[in-house]
Each structure stands twice: as structure tokens, then as C-alpha cells.
Design a binder for this molecule. Structure first.
Ligand code: CO8
Length: 224
């Protein structure tokens, strides 16, 4: 069998991106563990000072070229591809739970567990965190339905507090469209009791026209 001496450029590029994403995911995992340890620890001030010195040292290793404001990272696809640094779904973000999203019959479902870093009232999730989770799921539901859109209205209803350290479901579903307007609903439940809505939301999203897309997202790649 003939074995090529050099890999085709597309395969080499795919392997490079896969390695980058694996490293980003690993660093994100360790950073989330650090953030969670930071907001739960009862360590002494000496230990906290030593930890701060160590973190400053690590931060100093992440220098070199930095991404510009509107640049889409090479490891991402936008819209509709991976978002490695999203504060909701990004495997590389210490802010993200992160949410893992899969399609349903009529929308999307996200799976995540909130930690102490996402706390609002003691023991429960922050209300802004619920809005962020639902905004993302509802926005991605627009993309999955073939009409990517930006949120112009998000009406939240908080029925019961969201428990921390409890597996959750986040749902997003497009219910209708009217020209560029996309109407979307969302809900958060626990995984154990998916019939009890803890938080619900109604949203209006707008599909930007091509001129708005070019003006808002100058870093978006042509093929997107
Ligand atoms: C890849 C998936 C990622 C998911 C990320 C989650 C989603 C997000 O977080 S998006 C970030 C937050 N959202 C934003 O930053 C959007 C900011 N807003 C904008 O940039 C602009 O409003 C933009 C570009 C969307 C639309 O601008 P523009 O085209 O001028 O809208 P405009 O003409 O005023 O309104 C369009 C229609 O929407 C309607 N509309 C506008 N605002 C609202 C509102 N708050 N509620 C209901 N309808 C509204 C208007 O009445 C109009 O309707 P009609 O055509 O019937 O008259």
C-alpha cells in the first residue's frame, strides 16, 4: 500500500486544531478546579498569598500573541461551530460550567452542574447565571433551526431556586418566526425532575442582515 511521505495540508491542519483543543480543554478543566477551590477554601492568609504568587507565575507563561477583540479563534467556528472560550459552553473557559448541548426532537438540551463559583443566594445559583445559560441555549436553538440570531429581549421567570452541585437540564426551543424576528422559549429543570420548571424564559432574537453581520463580526471567516 502506498503511504504518503507528507500529510495533506488539510489533515495536518485538522490534527493541529485537535491538539490545540485538547490542550485548551485540559487547561480549562484545571482552571475551573482552581476557581472552585478558590471560592470554597478556608486556607490561611499565608497559603492564599503563596497561591497568589503561584498563579501570577502561571499567568506570566501565557504571554506572546494575544487574540484581537473581534478575532474568531482558529479553534472555533462561528456561527454554529465550537466556542472553546465561551463563558457558557467553552471547555477552555474557567467561567463556564461548561454546558454540553445535544439536539432534541424540537430544540436543544444542555447538561451542566453549577458550582460554588456560580452561587447567588447561599447554596443556589445566581439569577444572572440562569439568564446566561438560557440566553445561550435559546441563541443556539436559533442557529440549530437555521436562523442564527442576536437576543433583543429575554423575559425571565424565576419559579424556584437552582440548587448548586445538582445535574441540570437547560432547554431552548424556537416557537415561531416573523421576518427577521425569532421567538424562542427556554427552561431550566433538574435532571432528576425534568417536569418541574425552576426557571423559564421567553426570548425574541433578530437575524441580523448581511450588512449588520459584516459590521458586527469583521473577524468572521468567509466560509461561515
Ligand atoms: C452562536 C450562538 C451564540 C448565542 C449567544 C447568545 C445570544 C447573545 O447573547 S447575543 C448578545 C446580546 N444581544 C445583542 O448584543 C444584540 C444587540 N442588538 C443589536 O445589535 C440590534 O438590535 C440588532 C442588530 C440585533 C437588530 O438591529 P436592527 O436591525 O436595527 O433592529 P430593528 O430594526 O430595530 O428591529 C428589528 C425588529 O425587531 C423588533 N425588536 C427590536 N427590539 C425588540 C425587542 N426588545 N422586543 C421585541 N421586538 C424587538 C423591532 O420591532 C423590529 O420589528 P419589525 O421588523 O416588525 O418592525
Amino acid at each position: 500500500m502506498h503511504t504518503p511521505l507528507t500529510e495533506p495540508p488539510a489533515a495536518a491542519e485538522a490534527e493541529h486544531l485537535e491538539r490545540q483543543r485538547a490542550a485548551i480543554t485540559r487547561l480549562g478543566h484545571e482552571l475551573r478546579a482552581l476557581v472552585e477551590a478558590t471560592v470554597r477554601t478556608a486556607a490561611s492568609h499565608d497559603t492564599l498569598h503563596r497561591a497568589a504568587d503561584g498563579v501570577r507565575h502561571v499567568t506570566g507563561q501565557l504571554t506572546g500573541r494575544r487574540r484581537a477583540r473581534a478575532e474568531v479563534p482558529e479553534v472555533d467556528g462561528f456561527p454554529g461551530g465550537p466556542r472553546m472560550y465561551s463563558p457558557v459552553v467553552g471547555a477552555g473557559s474557567p467561567l463556564a460550567p461548561p454546558v454540553h448541548i445535544t439536539p432534541t426532537d424540537d430544540g436543544l438540551i444542555g447538561h451542566c452542574t453549577l458550582g460554588f463559583a456560580h452561587e447567588g443566594p447561599p447554596g443556589y445559583g445566581h439569577g444572572g447565571m440562569s439568564a446566561m445559560l438560557l440566553d445561550e441555549l435559546m441563541g443556539q436553538a436559533c442557529t440549530a433551526a437555521g436562523t442564527p440570531g442576536l437576543t433583543v429581549s429575554l423575559q425571565m421567570r424565576y419559579h424556584q431556586p437552582i440548587p448548586l452541585e445538582t445535574p441540570l437540564h437547560i432547554l431552548g426551543r424556537v416557537t415561531g418566526t416573523n421576518n427577521r424576528k425569532i421567538f424562542v422559549t427556554g427552561a431550566i429543570t433538574t435532571q432528576a425532575d425534568p417536569s418541574t420548571n425552576l426557571v423559564t424564559a421567553d426570548g425574541v432574537f433578530i437575524a441580523p442582515d448581511p450588512d449588520q453581520v459584516r459590521a458586527l463580526f469583521p473577524g468572521m471567516r468567509e466560509e461561515a
